[in-house]
Design a protein around this ligand. Structure first.
Ligand code: GLY
Length: 413
């Protein structure tokens, strides 16, 4: 960490860790939204969650609405990298070595992923959030080696005839296996390929990521820029067979988290390529999402669920978008648009902090996320990826309020 970061870290540590529950205030920050108080909350909750983890290899995934108890998974689960990623962010926020020690321990649980065959596209979520954040902060060469190996593993799922990564290399209902499926969520995994191509890996990884983003842009969206969750392609000819949902309300609906992956994904692809067509596209997929949000800016799990306003919310989509909006606000010359993005991200974080925090209900950070409603799974839960992006968004917000650009060396330049 550079000197400035160390000073900021030391300041926050004194309040966030050495005395749990004590408030850290900074006169430079917006009086309306005390981001340090929210980070302080995240530190306290996560300290408690850490104490409860029962055994080696267990990684927190979710808490049911009527429970205080985390359900744990092992490193093979698609969500396995969010917990250690959250711990790395708390190290970044506090500079307290205890967080780095914990983050390192949970990061290393995922090591086998780099030397196993690719079971699906989620390798990017798993390894980039854990090892990627760890390497960004510590420059540990062992982390770099895992990242490079995993990028090559992820690349084995790339089909050059289609031009995208195969998301689920297995039979999934309605996905026409053994044809080629690609899901919107897969956009986030491109970040690992971009990083590897610029840090000692093959340049082909960059080309694969650009092709995936381009083919997805051309096939995965309706004329109004809302996204399909899944597109099936003929694996030999690359021709689009059909576009359907898996986790959304219907094939023609806007599944909230799917759209949030598109917003975050195209913002990241623009950062990595500087190609204006991806920036233009990021603005378009963002516009339709923002224009259709409810007043409080937290989406229902699917924008087209006829049960709205009685449908469950998805706080996870809200934090993914809040984090992406902060970044996207820095890429536009249009001051009015930049302000709209920043103000909406701030309003989302305020709303989540005031009305969605878990507090005395459980040791997660946020309530009210929805994982897979059609499967009846994780409806109105606390889910680890919501917590991860919440801390990420709070950190981005804090750095921007302090006038510090970039927040994250390769994740937010
Ligand atoms: N990537 C799976 C999900 O967003 O639920």
């Amino acid at each position: 960490m550079n000197i400035k970061k160390q000073i900021i870290g030391a300041l926050i540590t004194s309040s966030l860790l050495v005395g749990c529950g004590s408030k850290y205030t900074n006169a430079k920050l917006d009086k309306d939204f005390d981001v340090d108080a929210q980070l302080n909350y995240c530190v306290n909750q996560t300290t408690e969650a850490l104490k409860q983890i029962p055994e080696e290899g267990s990684i927190p995934r979710n808490i049911a609405p009527d429970s205080k108890q985390w359900r744990y998974v092992d490193y093979t689960d698609w969500t396995s990298g969010f917990w250690s990623g959250e711990l790395w962010y708390l190290y970044e926020a506090t500079g307290n070595q205890n967080w780095a020690t914990a983050a390192d321990k949970f990061t290393n649980y995922l090591a086998p992923l780099s030397v196993s065959p690719a079971l699906d596209h989620d390798l990017g979520f798993q390894v980039f959030n854990s090892y990627g954040n760890g390497y960004r902060i510590t420059k540990n060469p062992e982390y770099k080696s895992v990242l490079l190996k995993t990028a090559d593993t992820l690349a084995t799922l790339y089909n050059p005839k289609v031009g995208t990564i195969l998301s689920w290399p297995r039979e999934v209902p309605n996905m026409e296996w053994p044809q080629h499926n690609t899901i919107m969520d897969n956009m986030i995994n491109l970040e690992l390929l971009f990083w590897a191509s610029k840090n000692g890996g093959s340049k082909k990884l960059y080309d694969m990521a650009v092709s995936h983003a381009t083919v997805t842009m051309n096939n995965h969206f309706r004329p109004d820029y809302t996204s399909y969750h899944v597109v099936i392609y003929d694996k030999e000819t690359g021709k689009k067979i059909k576009a359907v949902t898996h986790q959304g309300y219907s094939d023609s609906s806007m599944w909230a988290r799917g759209q949030s992956w598109a917003i975050y994904g195209y913002t990241m692809v623009y950062r990595e390529t500087k190609d204006p067509k991806f920036l233009d596209f990021a603005h378009k997929v963002t516009r339709v999402y923002l224009d259709r949000l409810p007043k409080d800016l937290i989406p229902y799990w699917d924008f087209d669920d006829p049960m709205i306003p009685k449908a469950p919310r998805d706080a996870s989509a809200a934090v993914v978008v809040a984090s992406a909006l902060l970044e996207l606000s820095t890429y536009t010359q249009d001051a009015v648009l930049a302000k709209e993005y920043f103000d909406k991200a701030e309003a989302m974080l305020k709303e989540l902090s005031e009305h969605y925090q878990s507090r005395d209900k459980n040791t997660a950070l946020l309530l009210h996320s929805t994982g897979h409603k059609p499967a009846g799974s994780e409806i109105d839960y606390s889910i680890i990826y919501a917590d991860y992006y919440y801390v990420e968004a709070l950190l981005r917000y804090k750095k921007m309020k302090e006038g510090e650009q970039p927040l994250l060396t390769y994740k937010f330049n």
